[in-house]
Design a protein around this ligand. Structure first.
Ligand code: C2E
Ligand code: CA
Ligand code: CA
Ligand code: CA
Length: 273
C-alpha cells in the first residue's frame, strides 16, 4: 500500500540521514582532533619467522575521541582521504613515527625498521618525496630505517608511480606493497619497480582454505623468484605459523606475536625480546 511505502521510505531516509550526520560529525571533528592531540600511534612488531627476532614495527594511527572513545582507522581514514585531511594527518603520522624511531635508537634500542602507511592521495602529491626527505632531515632518522607501505592499486599508474619509487630508492627509503593479492597489480611492474617487501593480505591468512593456501604459496614463490621479502599479516594461530614456516615465509605480523601497542608497551616488548 501507499502508506506502507511511505513508511518504508521514511525509515530508509532517516537511516541514511543518521549515517550522513555521523559522517559530517566525524569530518568536522577530524580537523580539530589533530590540534587537540587526539591522535596517537600504535606499533605492531614484524617478526623474522626463522629466528623469532623482531625486524620492524608498523605504525598504525589511533584516534581517541573524548566522548566516543577509540574510533577505528577503517572509519576515519576513508573520510580523511575523501576530504583531503589525510595530507595533514599523513604528514603528522610520518613525523611522529620517524621521531619515535629516532628516540628509540637514541635510548639504545637496537635500530629497527619503521613502516608507515601512505595513502594514494598523499603519494600522488608532487612534493611527496621531498616532504618525506624533509621529515627525515628534521627528525634525524636514517632513511635506511624508514619503510613506506603503499597498496597495489597505487602502482597501477605506472607513469606516476615509477619515478616516485625510484626517487624514494635513491633517497634510501624502502617501499612495501601492502594488502598484496587483493587489488590489481601487474606482475611485470612488480619485477621492475624497486620494492622491498610484499605483504600478504590478512584475508588469505585468516581463512587458510585450500584456495587461500594455494594463493599464499603462490605469492611466496613469486616473491622469492623476484627477490622480494614476504610478510604475512594477520597471523593469529600456531597452525597458521606452521604453515608459513613450511613455505619459508620471511616475516610475520599478527596478534599471535603481538597486538599494535603504544610506545611505552613497545619498550617493554623490546626489553623482553
Ligand atoms: P593495514 O595497513 O592492512 O594494517 C593492518 C591491520 O590489521 C591493522 O588494523 C592491525 O591492527 C590489524 N591486525 C594486526 N594483526 C592482526 C591479526 O592478527 N588479526 C586481525 N584480525 N587484525 C590484525 P588497524 O590498525 O585497525 O588499521 C586498519 C587500516 O587502516 C590499516 O590496514 C591501514 O590501511 C589503515 N591505516 C591505519 N593507520 C594508518 C595511517 O597512519 N595512514 C594511513 N594512510 N592508513 C592507515
Ligand atoms: Ca599496512
Ligand atoms: Ca595490510
Ligand atoms: Ca588494509
Amino acid at each position: 500500500t501507499k502508506e506502507e511505502g511511505n513508511h518504508r521510505f521514511r525509515f530508509f531516509t532517516s537511516d541514511l540521514q543518521v549515517k550522513l550526520l555521523e559522517k559530517s560529525f566525524l569530518e568536522m571533528e577530524l580537523r580539530q582532533a589533530l590540534d587537540n592531540k587526539q591522535f596517537s600511534l600504535h606499533y605492531q612488531p614484524q617478526i623474522d619467522l626463522a629466528t623469532g627476532l623482531i625486524k620492524g614495527l608498523e605504525a598504525l594511527a589511533r584516534w581517541e575521541h573524548p566522548e566516543r572513545g577509540f574510533i577505528a582507522p577503517n572509519r576515519f581514514i576513508p573520510i580523511a582521504e575523501e576530504n583531503g585531511f589525510i595530507l595533514q594527518l599523513g604528514a603528522w603520522v610520518l613525523r611522529q613515527a620517524c621521531r619515535q624511531a629516532k628516540a628509540w635508537q637514541d635510548k639504545g634500542f637496537l635500530p629497527l625498521r619503521i613502516s608507515v602507511n601512505v595513502s594514494m592521495r598523499q603519494f600522488i602529491q608532487p612534493a611527496f618525496v621531498e616532504d618525506v626527505k624533509k621529515i627525515l632531515a628534521e627528525t634525524g632518522l636514517d632513511p635506511a630505517y624508514l619503510n613506506l607501505e603503499i597498496t597495489e592499486s597505487m602502482m597501477s599508474d605506472v607513469q606516476q608511480c615509477q619515478p616516485k619509487l625510484i626517487e624514494l630508492q635513491q633517497a634510501g627509503i624502502s617501499v612495501s606493497i601492502d594488502d598484496f593479492g587483493t587489488g590489481y597489480s601487474s606482475l611485470l611492474y612488480l619485477s621492475k619497480f624497486p620494492i622491498s617487501h610484499l605483504k600478504i593480505d590478512q584475508a588469505f591468512i585468516g581463512e587458510l582454505s585450500k584456495e587461500n593456501s594455494m594463493i599464499v604459496k603462490a605469492i611466496i614463490d613469486l616473491a622469492k623468484n623476484l627477490n622480494l621479502n614476504v610478510i604475512a599479516e594477520g597471523v593469529e594461530t600456531s597452525e597458521q605459523e606452521n604453515f608459513l614456516k613450511e613455505l619459508k615465509c620471511d616475516e610475520v605480523q599478527g596478534y599471535y606475536y603481538a597486538k599494535p601497542m603504544p610506545w611505552n608497551e613497545v619498550e617493554k616488548f623490546l626489553n623482553r625480546t
